[in-house]
Write a new protein. Sequence first.
Lengths: 129, 132
Amino acid sequence: MSQGQFLTPTKAARGLGSAKSGTAHHIRLRVAALALLVLVPLALYAIISISSAGFDGARAWVAQPLHATLLILTAGVVSYHMRLGMQVIIEDYIAKTGMRTTLLILNTFATIAMFIAVAMAVVQIWIAG
Amino acid sequence: MSGPQRAATRPLSPHLQIWRYHVTMLASITHRITGAALYFGTFLIAAWLVALAMSAETFAMMQGIITSLPGKVILYLWATAILYHLFNGIRHMMWDGPGIGFSPKVASNVSVVIYTLAIVGAAALMFVAGAF
């Protein structure tokens, strides 16, 4: 504390970076990644099963309750991880406020739209049986 | 930029121009590049599932695109990207959590192993899927 005792807390913190929501973002990205450690291998198994089953076989595979549930769960976690990850890239490389804000909003819309599209597709196949 | 000056000790984003080449530097940048590529590739996977929900004709059309040569190349690159991002993500968690694998020698070797596993693993996945 030989150096810090004459500094106010504000002076000590100033210039050392943002003190907003970075830590929460960092943790959320990694919690989603933890879930994806399990869900991504399952998703790869799903893609291989669906792609080699033909149209009717693929629909029958997706229509099984466990498969449908895991597909929707995976789409949700993937969408969230995609949104948080792309947000970091946009914030790192796009300095102009207008373009940055536009891309951040588009990122939010696109990833949520992706989740809804997959969820609705799975629900449609599930209901049609 | 107005406001207080940033301290020179703050970490920088992985800008390509300022780093001298090293395999761990390449691994870090590859993690970001594969992440961005997966972002767009995953929309294609989503479109494929939506086609399955739409009709047999739409699904057949999508299957035709995927099983064409350009489709297979994109699928192989997507598989390589997802395996790389998955394996390197596990490594990042080892770094962040228990702090394993930080020594330069181990970090460099693990980088090479991850590249190899991703490239070979993606080929194995394509083989299992019957793509070739």
